[in-house]
Design a protein around this ligand. Structure first.
Ligand code: ADP
Length: 398
């Protein structure tokens, strides 16, 4: 039995795709089209059976990128017509207060996704463009939109409300939405499974630490708080984003440095975080620089982990009882230094990392807490494509 789903993540300048078996999570093909809309040629990478096929492609827009993807399947396989695809699952960043679940896409849903571009101008237009061209390319398959925000729509009012003028907030739909929802949903379910507990009795704090990073407090399988807000800028320190800062930094920069809104947006989203502090946004480079004695890198790593620790502390308070703290995504799954430093000194709260288990390298879900640790510490590889594929199957009843 296999249930293959084409999963598409259409960004402003890139198109990522994967054919995933929703039954066992196996990836039949993985690909990426880069530099869509750029001045020169774009680049396509199509991986099937462990073999990478690279080519230069002309991709002035998303339609051309989708055509290049279809070509790659024709040339290198698998044959999509013969694969028995049951659905196409699309990642959509912002579902607003409208989408608490994945939906089958029709014209009405697409219009809402496009309308939500006001809240996510960099993402939703590209997501919607990808859906439109995919619907033209695969007109006979059901298309499902899976939202980064949907898992967090369960946050109580007290967690998603900013303390600003109510009318201004309502007029402009300003509230905390949260992101990385597919990852937090997938990982929190996997955690309950690893703990051998029913999801309804399991409370976890998920730390999704990738290029973007967010923490999520999950009570009984339901998101009750998360660190990203109106946009992905809030919360943890990230590769290039500052995470939490005093909003008055913006006024200060405008008044004293004469920076305009776009320049400040660029500073806080693209030139801050680990990059701003150390000169490199990649955690591997940062860890290497720390080992080489670089003081800026050392401070960047400490600031990064200190922010993680503060969120762990606040979500312990939010949840009251916590079964496990779960690390996931590129940094969470791989950087033992970050895991160790983030949870250092929390023994009195029942959190104790086993040094040796933490340093052991593995791709498997695992428990790295000491036997005595009251709260378990888990490392669980995320799989957002599989979560999207499963949602697509669920929604279409395939
Ligand atoms: P994205 O948000 O783009 O999906 P990922 O989840 O792939 O990002 O995470 C990317 C981050 O993971 C990068 O900062 C990278 O340095 C880090 N990373 C990947 N492998 C390792 C490793 N072995 N050790 C430390 N950091 C790693």
């Amino acid at each position: 039995m296999s249930t293959p789903v084409l999963v598409i993540n259409s960004g402003s300048s890139s198109l990522k795709y994967q054919v995933v078996d929703a039954d066992d999570g196996g990836a039949l093909a993985v690909g990426l089209v880069e530099r869509i809309g750029g001045s020169g040629h774009g680049r396509l990478t199509h991986t099937v059976d462990g073999e990478k096929h690279r080519s230069d492609v002309a991709v002035p827009d998303h339609a051309a990128a989708m055509a290049a993807m279809a070509d790659a399947f024709e040339q290198h396989g698998p044959d999509l017509a013969a694969a028995g695809l049951v659905a196409v699952g699309h990642r959509v960043v912002q579902g607003g207060a409208r989408f608490g679940h994945s939906v089958r896409v029709d014209e009405a849903a697409l219009e809402i996704i496009e309308e939500l571009s006001a809240l996510a101008p960099l993402h939703n237009p590209a997501n919607a463009a990808g859906i439109r061209v995919a619907m033209d390319t695969f007109p006979d398959l059901p298309h499902v939109a899976v939202f980064d925000t949907a898992f967090h729509l369960t946050m109580p009012e007290v967690a998603h409300t900013y303390a600003i003028d109510r009318q201004v907030a309502a007029d402009h739909r300003i509230r905390r939405y949260g992101f990385h929802g597919t990852s937090h949903a997938y990982v929190s379910r996997q955690a309950a499974e690893l703990l051998g507990k029913p999801l309804e009795e399991t409370n976890v704090i998920v730390l999704h630490l990738g290029n973007g990073a967010s923490a999520c407090a999950v009570r009984a399988g339901v998101s009750v708080d998360t660190s990203m807000g109106l946009t992905p800028l809030e919360g943890l320190v990230m590769g290039t984003r500052s995470g939490d800062i005093d909003p008055a930094v913006v006024f200060h920069l405008a008044r004293t440095a004469g920076m305009d809104i776009d320049a400040i947006d660029d500073l806080l989203n693209k030139r801050s975080g680990v990059l701003g502090l150390s000169g490199s946004q990649d955690m591997r480079d940062l860890v290497d620089a720390v080992e080489a004695g670089d003081a800026d890198a050392q401070l960047a790593l400490e600031v990064y982990c200190y922010r993680v620790r503060k969120y762990v502390g606040s979500y312990l308070a939010v949840l009251g009882r916590v079964d496990a703290i779960v690390f996931t995504a590129g940094i969470g799954e791989n950087a033992d230094e970050v895991r160790e430093l983030s949870l250092r000194g929390l023994e009195s709260l029942g959190i104790e990392v086993d040094g040796e288990a933490n340093r052991a390298r593995s791709k498997e879900p695992r428990d790295i807490a000491t036997a005595a640790s009251r709260v378990r510490v888990l490392v669980i590889p995320t799989n957002e494509e599989l979560e999207i594929a499963r949602d697509a199957v669920r929604v279409t009843g395939s």
